[in-house]
Design a protein around this ligand. Structure first.
Ligand code: PLP
Length: 825
């Protein structure tokens, strides 16, 4: 599961040529090499099938067509048998995914005379919850409500309603996709019996998409089986992308009420003068599979079933393997404690000691992390680190609204408040009013190993456990040594004309204009995805670092070259005029066209029409994109505002400065600058007009990285506009003093600090090579994390001097070598 290139993949396959596959019994685990082998074996087998047989479009008499049809019918039976479902009792309908299976059932019920009522369990996936839109009445049931209706002598909870539909559908998951909680298969029969006892036409829909991935689903007894069972084969086998709907034949008549019919499902249709059609009657699946079947996907199931069985054994083997792993992870998590005895993980999955009638929990763990003082760890911050450490986990709401709300204790009003408060990148505050808004979910499958589990526990221990002896990074001690004000100067000034692309170093001796939005020509352009309109970022496209714009005032161009290996059919550079001649841009799309997005914020940028320019960037990055411009002075969506603000660790009264750390919660009064920052305009930078870093801090960071055995990083990774150096070496004493600056003078100009800069793993991209590594983010996480945020560098803005008619006030500039003076607070 590494993101290694193809050479690595081929090497592995070479090494695996004689690999004897260990069986899953007796705690012998598959490793990642095994996963690769699985994928390779499956693809090879499928490729052989495809290249030795000719499969035609079904429904014709040709040999190739007949071959497809008979293979598909064989596979249908084989899949039913995989779930121990007798083909005379059940039929399998192939659908695109589990959701399509659910919609097919919902369609039939909507069409039934008098409509239907819908009961669904709280743990349902969003795709099941959506069925309520089609129902006359619907009700969300928790465990107790289901038990009540099972035990109250067969009462449909909707029974007392005035207007009742003629049929009721009850839906629940076999396993929650949120936390792995399992629900008894026997509910299907018992609920149906309850319904029948009260004279209802009562049906059950089981969502087995999550459950079937790691457990045997046994439909051996058709009497207690669900009427409808939906599945996703890609969750089971990884490939093909296909879903299934298994229908208990006794419930098949429901589908007579489906109104829509698609090609392939009817025997005869009359159109012009009369509207009449005859649905196919030979088999249920024929009447429900609209249009051409996904022939090759279905045929691939044959290979998937073979290879999965051969490499991973039976589903029972997979189930005991994954149960062992999840138990191990759970025990590891529960054992994790901070030095002060507080738990590190708040668990939303439960693994009780297994009893005989216990169906256990699926190999899925949902949890949140807490600091030793009880604060929730931000999911966005956690994800940054997990990505860097190459864990493939998921965070957030997980398409399980009821499960999340009950796990996190979120009331409907809170969910709506959080929704309207929105989440934007940059200020991704996913802990709202002291409650997390989502969870972290770890899922294990047949290919997971004990070593994966141990690595993950170690990871949580290393980064989220506060040991008792470890104090938080001390800021105030360092401040006791005051700097000599005259010994700071500007070492480098950089602008990044195209957002996320390489920087342009301001030559020595060139005064550079500072504007309210930032340094002139900084982040005025961006690359936008042709399909989504989103501004591209180095996070997804590290090679953007190798795209180097030069501002050439002599010819009036932005000259853009590419530093990577030369590409065929792509010029070495393109020129874009600095002047914004309207002819260069595509006509404005005035509302009904595509808008661009930067950090989730909708903006209106001017997109260049030149194919040469878009091709240049598209070829380099391998993504369809175009260059766009966002000039200063725009209105409406043509302008943006700064989001930077002082971080909590920076807010401290001056009397407390050098003594104690301030542990006030974030609810403390917002800094005065917040209201101002609403009004502070920026171009396409993420958060603020100007970003500065202090080289003493970088040196301190590099010493820490070296202690951990890592390689020092260069200042460029932080993509600052202004790099400040001290002319006399000071060791660590001056490091991070910028946290407490409030105003700076650079040359003749004044600047106001707007707060520390929140970092993500983009700082791990080497700006010379576009290669990614773990540093400096890992060490920053260890040494510069405050309230869960990883901070480095400082946001700031220019403070113009009003009413002063000097040259410097009219045209403010700074230059490399300018003296930097920290104003006393
Ligand atoms: C994944 C999943 C779904 C949705 O499956 P699709 O194949 O994406 O339609 C529904 N329910 C559960 C429990 C799932 O895990």
């Amino acid at each position: 599961m590494t993101d290694g290139g193809s050479w690595e993949y081929n090497d592995r396959i070479e090494a695996l040529r004689d690999y004897e596959f260990p069986m899953l019994k007796d705690n012998v685990y598959l490793d990642h090499a095994g996963t690769t082998l699985y994928a390779k074996s499956l693809m090879d087998k499928f490729a052989t099938d495809m290249t030795t047989n000719l499969f035609g479009n079904p429904h014709s008499a040709s040999a190739s067509s007949q071959a497809s049809m008979s293979r598909i019918e064989d596979i249908r039976v084989r899949v039913l048998q995989f779930f121990n479902a007798d083909p005379s009792e059940f039929d399998l309908v192939f659908v695109a995914n589990a959701t399509a299976g659910i919609k097919l059932v919902a369609d039939a019920f909507r069409g039934s005379p008098g409509g239907f009522d819908f009961l669904y369990h709280q743990a349902c996936h969003t795709s099941l919850v959506g069925v309520r839109q089609e129902a006359e009445n619907s009700l969300c049931l928790d465990d107790d409500a289901v038990r009540n209706c099972l035990e109250s002598g067969g009462k449909n909870p909707l029974q007392d309603l005035e207007r009742r539909a003629k049929s009721t559908l009850f839906a629940y998951p076999a396993q929650s996709n949120m936390n792995g909680q399992r629900f008894p298969l026997s509910w299907s029969e018992r609920m149906r019996k309850c319904g029948a006892a009260s004279g209802d036409r009562f049906f059950t829909l089981l969502d087995a998409a999550a459950f079937a991935a790691t457990s045997p689903l046994d439909l051996g007894n058709s009497e207690n089986a669900p009427d409808f069972t939906v599945l996703s084969f890609y969750k089971l086998f990884g490939f093909p992308d296909l879903g299934g709907l298994i229908v208990r034949r006794q419930a098949a008549p429901v589908f007579q009420h489906r109104r829509y019919f698609g090609g392939g499902t009817v025997d005869m249709v009359a159109c012009v003068k009369e509207h009449w059609h005859a649905t196919k009657t030979q088999s249920l699946h024929e009447s429900l599979e609209d249009g051409t079947l996904p022939i090759h996907n279905i045929i691939a199931l044959d290979s998937a079933l073979d290879v999965h069985q051969k490499l991973y054994g039976s589903m029972k083997d997979v189930s005991s393997h994954t149960a062992f792993l999840s138990r191990r992870l759970y025990d590891g998590f529960v054992a994790l404690q901070h030095g002060n005895g507080e738990a590190v993980c708040a668990m939303y999955s439960t693994f009780s000691e297994q009893t005989d009638d216990d169906i256990g929990n699926g190999p899925v763990l949902a949890f949140n992390l807490r600091s030793h003082l009880g604060a929730w760890v931000s999911l966005a911050e956690f994800e940054k680190l997990a990505v860097l450490k190459q864990f493939h986990i998921r965070t957030g709401g997980l398409c399980n609204p009821g499960g999340i709300a009950s796990a996190l204790g979120l009331e409907p009003w809170e969910i709506r408040r959080n929704f309207s408060a929105g989440f934007r990148c940059g200020n991704d505050n996913d802990v709202m009013s002291g409650k997390p808004t989502g969870v972290i979910r770890v899922s294990m499958g047949a290919m997971s190993t004990a070593s994966d589990v141990d690595k993950f526990i170690d990871f949580i221990y290393e980064f989220y456990c506060t040991r008792i002896t470890e104090s938080e990074p001390s800021l105030w001690g360092e401040l006791l040594v005051q700097q000599d004000p005259s010994d700071l100067y500007v070492e480098t000034i950089m602008v990044y004309p195209i957002k996320s692309c390489g920087g342009y170093r301001i030559p020595i001796g060139s005064p550079w204009e500072v504007r309210p939005e930032g340094l002139t020509w900084d982040r005025e352009w961006c690359l936008v995805h042709r399909g989504t309109g989103r501004a591209l970022s180095q996070k997804q496209y590290p090679r953007m670092a190798l795209i180097r714009p030069v501002i050439d005032f002599s010819t009036g161009h932005l000259r853009i070259s590419y530093r990577g290996p030369p590409l065929r059919d792509t010029p070495g550079q393109v020129l874009v005029p600095l002047s914004a001649n309207p002819d260069l841009f595509r006509p404005s799309t005035s509302g009904h066209g595509m808008t661009s997005r930067v950090c989730g914020e909708e903006i209106s940028a001017q997109v260049y029409r030149s194919d040469e320019v878009s091709n240049f960037f598209s070829r380099i990055l391998g993504v369809p994109c175009a260059l766009a411009r966002f000039p200063p002075g725009g209105l409406g969506k043509g302008m943006r505002h700064a989001k930077a603000h002082l971080q909590n660790h920076q807010k401290v009264s001056s009397s407390g400065r050098n003594t104690t750390r301030c542990h006030l919660p974030s609810a403390a009064t917002p800094p005065d600058s917040d209201s101002e920052s609403e009004q502070r305009r920026i171009l396409l930078s993420n958060e603020s007009p100007i970003l500065a870093i202090n080289l003493s801090s970088l040196e301190a960071l590099n010493r820490k990285i070296a202690q951990r055995g890592g390689k020092a990083v260069s200042a460029e990774v932080f993509r600052a506009n202004i790099v400040i150096r001290s002319s006399t070496p000071k060791g660590d004493s001056f490091a991070y003093s910028e946290d407490h600056w409030s105003r700076l003078r650079i040359g003749k100009q004044s600047f106001k600090m707007l707060g520390a800069c929140r970092r993500c793993h983009m700082v791990c991209i080497d700006q010379e090579t576009a290669n990614k590594s773990e540093e400096p983010f890992i060490t920053l996480t260890k040494t510069r994390r405050f309230d869960g945020k990883v901070l480095f560098g400082t946001h700031m803005c220019h403070v113009p001097v009003p009413g002063v008619e000097t040259k410097e006030a009219q045209f403010p500039t700074i230059a490399v070598g300018d003296e930097v003076v920290v104003d006393p607070v």
